[in-house]
Structures are given as structure tokens and as C-alpha cells.
Design a protein around this ligand. Structure first.
Ligand SMILES: [Zn+2]
Length: 356
């Protein structure tokens, strides 16, 4: 990189907290811990489908674990429901079921199961942390703070759970620095640099790491769909053109093996990054954007399209939002939205001074 190649904008979309690729392993660890039920919990599920009736609970849970490791939460769900029906006082089963529900964006049902798990084994804070995380996904920051404060009251100062709660509280505090989550727009034209209108239709090149050949077509489609979504959000204004030659492109979108990318230092995993550069001849305008999506064989396929949509938002000049319903919220989370929100749309229009 030459010294005058000045990067003015760098961004990462990070999977916050537990990354779902560890879910399978996490479940395996949970199976080793023997759970003893406390209190009375009513079973809330209907009778088992016939094909599950002959299987032992251990077999059901093994199968459910394999399915969740492959991100097939919907297929794991009937197995987990049956396990919970048989052992309603087992908090682990409820916790694992809740994790699958969260991945599907079914937050209210997940919270019910987490509350049950928490009542069954009040000594463990894991379900409470998960409830706080779901509240963050829902943008219910005040409720998340209340749960985390409650955890802090239950544990010794300086203990592992106390430090974990402090970490989560400071993450939530950081969202507020991004401004009011309910203002009509989060674009800040003074800080960001849109393209010039004469740059549209903007030339876009797409490249995939040859090692990721199975994802070449889905990635290309994700990029095209992302540009179409932002075009639509801008009222048809932000047009684009796919070109084969990267040297002709103003925006290059790359899918790279994660080993060649950067791991985010500090808890999360960086899923993507967008770099922007000034025009070489005129440093007042944007000249180039490069989107990189980091991928490895364990990556959750649900993340790909929402990550691309987010990074393309940066490539077009947008910054971050602190409303979890916006595509430009900095952490990918269920239900992995693939459509810009109304606020995303008014922000891209504000950035380009497009009248609604
Ligand atoms: Zn970002």
C-alpha cells in the first residue's frame, strides 16, 4: 500500500457475543453437565410425533446437536420439543431449545424457555445473560441493562459473571454513542463521503477466493441483490453496473477465506470490512471502495447476505446505526434482515440529498 493511499473509513460488521458456529460445541459441553431440576414446571408441548416416540432422549439430543451444528434449527426443534416434553425440569434442554429459537428470530418463545431454565436452576446466570442478549437484539436496551444489573447483584464483585456483565453493559453504552436510535436518519453528511452523482451507475466488480468456489454464485447473487436493495431504498437513484475487470470498478466486493482476513480482537469475530479511499486526483471526493467478506467452512450461511448488505451500505457511504432493526447496526444478529429498514432508506436518501 503506497503512503498516499489513505484509508479514511474502515468498518467491521461483527458477530457479537457467542458466535453460532460454537453452538454445536457449546451444546456438547452442556450435555456433560448433569442437570437437576428444581421447582414445578408445566410441560407445554403436545404429544410426540410417532417417529420420535421410539427414540431415547439421549439419541434425540445427539441428533438435535448435529442438526444445530449444521444450522438446521427448524429440523432440530421437534426433537428438542420432545426432549423437553419428556424432561420438563431439565434446564439444559430448554436452554438449547432457546438458542435455536433465537437463531430463527423467535425471541418471545426463546425468552419463555430461558425464563423456565433460569427458574429451574437459579444458581446459573447463563440463561439470564442470554435473555439480556435477546433484549439487545430487540433493541430493548433498558431491559437488557436491568437484567445485567440484576446478575451483578447476585454475584461477587470481580467474579467472572460480574466481569461479563460489565463487558455487556459497556457494549450497550457504546451503542448510545452512535446517536438517537429513533431519529429519522443516522447519516452524517459532515463526516461521511458519498459518491458523486456522476459516478452512477457505479461500476462494481465481484471476486471470490477460488477455494470458496461453492459460494461463488451465492456470493455474486448476494452482492447484486444488495446493490438492488440499496437502489430501491434510494428511490431508484443509486444505480450500478457489474463489470468483469476490477481495474474499471469503483467498488470491488471480495469473498475471502477467513484465514486471510483479520480476526477482530476483543470478543467478536469480524465478518466483513469496507475500506474507502479518496480519489487520487481530487481528495474531496470518494474514489474507491473495497468490500471484503471473511468466510470459512464453519461460517453460518445465514450471515452471508445480511453481511454483504451491510458492507455494501458502507461502500455507498453510510456509517453505523444504533437501532437493531437497521441493516447498518454494527452487529449481525437474528433474524438476519435482508432488507434496508425505513430508517436505512431515509439515511441513504439524506446522504445523497435525495428527496423522498
Ligand atoms: Zn459496519
Amino acid at each position: 500500500m503506497s503512503p498516499n493511499f489513505f484509508s479514511f473509513f474502515e468498518c467491521a460488521l461483527i458477530w457479537f457475543h457467542t458466535r453460532s458456529k460454537s453452538f454445536g460445541r457449546l451444546s456438547a459441553a452442556l450435555f456433560l453437565l448433569c442437570a437437576i431440576g428444581f421447582g414445578a414446571v408445566s410441560a407445554s408441548f403436545a404429544a410426540a410425533p410417532a417417529e420420535l416416540a421410539g427414540k431415547s432422549t439421549d439419541d434425540l439430543m445427539d441428533e438435535a446437536r448435529d442438526l444445530t451444528s449444521a444450522y438446521k434449527y427448524d429440523k432440530a426443534e421437534p426433537l428438542l420439543e420432545e426432549a423437553v416434553r419428556r424432561e420438563p425440569k431439565n434446564p439444559r434442554y430448554r436452554f438449547i431449545m432457546a438458542k435455536g429459537l433465537i437463531e430463527q428470530g423467535r425471541f418471545e418463545k426463546a425468552i419463555d424457555q430461558l425464563l423456565e431454565a433460569s427458574l429451574l436452576d437459579p444458581s446459573r446466570n447463563v440463561p439470564r445473560f442470554e435473555i439480556a442478549q435477546v433484549y439487545v437484539y430487540q433493541g430493548r436496551f433498558k431491559d437488557a441493562i436491568a437484567v445485567l444489573e440484576q446478575i451483578k447483584k447476585r454475584v461477587l464483585p470481580g467474579s467472572r459473571d460480574s466481569r461479563k456483565a460489565d463487558g455487556a453493559l459497556s457494549s450497550i453504552a457504546a451503542y448510545y454513542e452512535l446517536g438517537d436510535p429513533y431519529s429519522p436518519s443516522y447519516a452524517d453528511p459532515d463526516e461521511l463521503m458519498p459518491w458523486q452523482r456522476s459516478d452512477f451507475p457505479i461500476k462494481v466488480a465481484i471476486w471470490s477466493d477460488p477455494e470458496l468456489k461453492d459460494l461463488k454464485a451465492p456470493f455474486k447473487q448476494a452482492v447484486i441483490d444488495a446493490f438492488n436493495r440499496w437502489k430501491q431504498a434510494s428511490g431508484g437513484w443509486l444505480t450500478f453496473q457489474i463489470v468483469d475487470d476490477q481495474r474499471q470498478a469503483k467498488i470491488v466486493c471480495k469473498l475471502v477465506g477467513v484465514m486471510r482476513g483479520n480476526k477482530y480482537e476483543g470478543g467478536g469475530e469480524k465478518l466483513g470490512e469496507t475500506l474507502g479511499d479518496y480519489d487520487r486526483k481530487n481528495s474531496d471526493v470518494r474514489g474507491f471502495s473495497r468490500v471484503e467478506i471473511f468466510w470459512d467452512e464453519d461460517s453460518n450461511p445465514s450471515h452471508l447476505r445480511s453481511t454483504v448488505l451491510h458492507e455494501v451500505g458502507h461502500a455507498l457511504g453510510l456509517g453505523h446505526s444504533n437501532n437493531t432493526l437497521d441493516v447498518m447496526y454494527p452487529f449481525v444478529h437474528p433474524p438476519y434482515t435482508e432488507v434496508p429498514s425505513r430508517r436505512d432508506a431515509s439515511s441513504i436518501r439524506a446522504l445523497y440529498k435525495i428527496k423522498s
